[in-house]
Ligand binder design. Sequence first.
Ligand code: MG
Ligand code: ZN
Length: 231
Amino acid sequence: MSSQPRLVEVRQNVLKQNDLLARSLRQRFEAAGVFVVSLVSSPGSGKTTLLEKTLTRLIDNGNRVAALVGDLATENDAARLARSQAPVKQIVTGTVCHLDADMVQRSLEGWELKDLDCLFIENVGNLVCPSSYDLGENLRVVLMSVTEGEDKPLKYPTIFNTADVAVITKMDLAEAVEFDLAGAYENIQSVRPGMEVLQLSAKTGDGLNEYLGFLVSRMESRSLVGKVSVG
Ligand code: MG
Ligand code: ZN
């Protein structure tokens, strides 16, 4: 019984250290003029597919982008994302079910941040602890796919509370799985009133323009990037 408070204390110290490191990362990103977007979701919600489309579109329009992608074991996602021609690094976390600021910092070694307009970080598929770890990002995107059901926000309110925008993915499957879109919006709003919600299908491309437009508007409002274009 006596070990419990000690464990909590250790966890709080880990989080405090992470916050300090994330703060310095954020300053580095800002100084270099790079806008950083992180993606969080359950496994299989379509983070990598959306990221591949995003990187391809941004590169096609002359933007300088790169990605870090976290996974427990494989490097498959980095291989997929490399098809976009963007520089990509995989962070294999082993038994750790989230990324932290230290992993991000170490993965950036060898990259010249000022040569980038935009950096994407795909977190490990997990809706629980990624909510506690600031990665120094400017924008956190939480994805939920129509195949997961409408009640994800009610089950995992913290991740919705720490994200800046919610994206409902795999909309091409919505009808087949009888996804209740209105119910999903309602659940998101009940957890996080006023949260911006987008919907898309990375497969068909529906909603992709709106998503990319949203990212660019956030970059511009931060004045971090002068001329990011999505065509
Ligand atoms: Mg992935
Ligand atoms: Zn974790």
